[in-house]
Design a protein around this ligand. Structure first.
Ligand code: AMP
Ligand code: MG
Length: 380
């Protein structure tokens, strides 16, 4: 899909972006000062004849000869015949006498930015699969590209399942809770640069879940549901996926986010995330997001794993699972991370997840004492 560069933020290049123009487009000065012939500055301090001024956006009309200087502003093209610039701070202009005192000797090329120093015509700027950020779009603008070929922004549907869910702010009846997963998942989708489609709440009935899955599969590129994938009597997500799609249900040896379902309905991927609020976010980060990033065309789609020092004790007794603990982190001036627990680690305790900068990866039965190193997955 071809889009104006102005509309491409967050999208992924479908083809390599190539440069058709050099950057900078011409030799120019990196500083305000005087364009000279470097050989003329040998023996400075000395005076040179000032023969004109050139501003950014203009071009010097004429050619600079030996013994001459042209006053020049940052970004202005180098006058013909000049090969160096003396910064204004090292000069004194005598405008009446049309002469400038040069205080220092400078080498050829001093403060000159040469044409094509950053980008040459024909350069590969960014390969297909690059997600376009502010810097990338700036580079595309700098080579005069008006439009880019990008992968279409995926539409990701989000549905919550559960009889207990309320989303309109009214007083809760006994047994009811407020739907938080839809808000977090819709926001995670939007933060990733995708179009988030709110599919609402489906009650714990086969027909309701089936109807929302069919609607989601028909109108979206992928669907995320939360809840209804555990072993409960009313967990219908797997049943529905099995009936109307090609379902793969699994239990993953991780905590939180053990239950997970995946299926295809008419080719549309469906991710059945667990209902507990922390579990649904962790499941999104570890399982759904990498798949969606790949689908969105990104060449690198795995989580960002770094090494950190733990300030807290993070271990757990062996239970056959890898634990992902919610941790807050700080980076020192060398970029090294130190992490500590972000709060209560229950899979229903969303505040710790909201505060967390990362998930600490603690292998089964591992003992992480304060001062020990641990892998972390960066969340933002
Ligand atoms: P389930 O996976 O449906 O068995 O749900 C597991 C737990 O997560 C239960 O305590 C649910 O009430 C809770 N839960 C399910 N969906 C949501 C949601 N959308 N927002 C907040 N909590 C939820
Ligand atoms: Mg449920």
């Amino acid at each position: 899909m071809t889009l104006p560069v102005a509309d491409a933020a967050g999208l992924v290049l479908a083809v390599d972006a190539m440069a058709a123009e050099p950057v900078p487009p011409f030799d120019n000065t990196a500083t305000d000062g005087f364009a000279v012939q470097a050989a003329d500055t040998v023996g400075a301090p000395l005076a040179l004849q000032m023969i004109g001024t050139v501003a950014a956006g203009a071009a010097f009309d004429g050619e600079l000869g030996p013994g001459q200087a042209v006053r020049i502003m940052t970004g202005a093209p180098m006058p013909l015949g000049a090969d160096a610039v003396v910064m204004v701070e090292r000069t004194t202009l005598d405008e009446a006498a049309a002469s400038v005192e040069i205080e220092i000797e400078v080498p050829v090329g001093n403060h000159v930015r040469t044409a094509g120093e950053d980008v040459q015509p024909g350069d590969l700027l960014f390969p297909a699969g690059t997600q376009l950020t502010a810097g990338h779009l700036g580079v595309l603008a700098s080579v005069g590209l008006q439009a880019v070929d990008v992968v279409r922004r995926p539409r990701i549907g989000v549905v919550s399942t559960g009889d207990e869910l309320v989303d309109d702010g009214r007083a809760l009846e006994p047994g009811e809770i407020r739907d938080s997963n839809r808000r977090t998942l819709l926001t995670l989708v939007a933060e990733a640069g995708w179009e988030a489609v709110d599919l609402g709440i489906a009650v714990d009935e086969k027909a309701a879940i089936e109807a929302s899955f069919i609607e989601g599969a028909a109108s979206c590129d992928a669907v995320l549901s939360s809840g209804g994938v555990s072993m409960g009597a009313f967990d219908y997500v797997k049943v529905v996926l099995d009936e109307i799609g090609d379902m793969r249900w699994m239990q993953i040896a991780i905590k939180p986010a053990k239950p997970f379902a995946f299926g295809l309905i008419d080719g549309t991927p469906m991710f059945g995330l667990p209902g507990n609020p922390v579990s649904s976010m962790v499941s999104f980060e570890l399982l759904a997001k990498p798949a969606l990033r790949k689908m969105a065309g990104e060449a690198e789609f795995g989580p960002r794993v770094l090494r950190a020092t733990s300030a807290d004790s993070l271990g757990h007794s062996a239970d056959g699972k890898t634990h992902f603990l919610r941790v807050e982190g700080q980076q020192d001036s060398y970029g090294c991370w130190t992490v500590r627990r972000a709060g209560g680690q229950g899979s229903h305790q969303l505040t710790a997840m909201a505060r967390a900068d990362a998930l600490a990866v603690v292998p089964d039965g591992a003992v992480v004492e304060p001062g020990d190193e641990v892998d972390i997955i960066i969340l933002r």
